[in-house]
Ligand binder design. Structure first.
Ligand SMILES: Cc1cc2nc3c(=O)[nH]c(=O)nc-3n(C[C@H](O)[C@H](O)[C@H](O)COP(=O)(O)O)c2cc1C
Length: 226
């Protein structure tokens, strides 16, 4: 594989929501997670924990969560909320636009509530990726360790991309913390923060061509004292 710069890597990575059915060997999963472990963390705590799921365990998690999805649209024993209640502007509109970009690519119209729900439920099978990752943090940590986890997660995505794999980060897994904890036998002090699909992208799937836009740097940056 040709080497690319960090900037090119950042530009190339996208959230991938359709995968081809090609297994990912456990050695490769471990390699990606180990390489990403070079991420910095405050006090070098390296607070992240990762559970990599495949085969029967991943399927059991899917069966148990999908069985609850209809009756429990807000999940089972979530550890953290995905968004604050009453998300303000401009973030509220950005979130809505993000969904519209995806549904347009999938040709799922606004009034097709069932279609949109079914697409949302695809999170529960990790979009049929061969590997699902669950990231946890110890309940004793504070907000700073969440920053560390975010840095580690971005590293995982970029290293996976370098090795020809694709990912989709999934905050939606935090909704199902109670079931994840049960299926994986996690201790109650392990907080389910995020999930991630990992596998080989289906390059032709329309949902994999979203190119979600970004705001201009001047919208989120202020220069002081230059
Ligand atoms: C922390 C985090 C949580 C996310 N959760 C989900 C999710 O639950 N389901 C999903 O389909 N996409 C999820 N995404 C993907 C975002 O929608 C995506 O990153 C954003 O629209 C930008 O698109 P891009 O990743 O293709 O550049 C998440 C992304 C991040 C960083």
């Amino acid at each position: 594989m040709t080497k690319i710069s960090v900037s090119e890597s950042l530009a190339r990575r996208q959230s991938i929501r359709e995968y081809i059915q090609q297994d990912v060997q456990p050695e490769l999963v471990m390699d990606i997670l180990e390489t990403a472990g070079k991420s910095p963390s405050g006090g070098n705590l390296q607070p992240w924990r990762v559970h990599a799921l495949s085969g029967e365990v991943k399927n059991t998690l899917f069966q148990k969560t999908i069985a609850q999805a209809m009756n429990n649209p807000t999940g089972v024993d979530p550890d953290i909320p995905i968004y604050p209640s009453g998300l303000a502007e401009p973030w509220r509109s950005r979130r809505a636009d993000c969904g519209e970009v995806m549904y347009r690519a999938l040709e799922i119209k606004r009034d097709n509530k069932m279609g949109r729900m079914q697409q949302g439920a695809r999170n529960l099978s990790f979009f049929d990726a061969p590997v699902g990752l669950i990231f946890t943090l110890d309940r004793s940590f504070c907000e700073s360790q969440m920053i560390d986890l975010g840095l580690y997660v971005q590293s995982v995505m970029l290293v996976a991309d370098e090795k020809g794999l694709a990912t989709c980060p999934q905050a939606s897994w935090s909704m199902w913390a109670g079931i994840v904890r049960d299926v994986l036998g996690l201790a109650s002090n392990e907080m389910v923060m995020l999930g991630m699909a990992l596998g080989y992208a289906d390059p032709d799937a329309p949902v994999n061509q979203l190119n979600q836009p970004r705001v201009d740097v001047t919208e989120f940056t202020q220069l002081h004292g230059f």
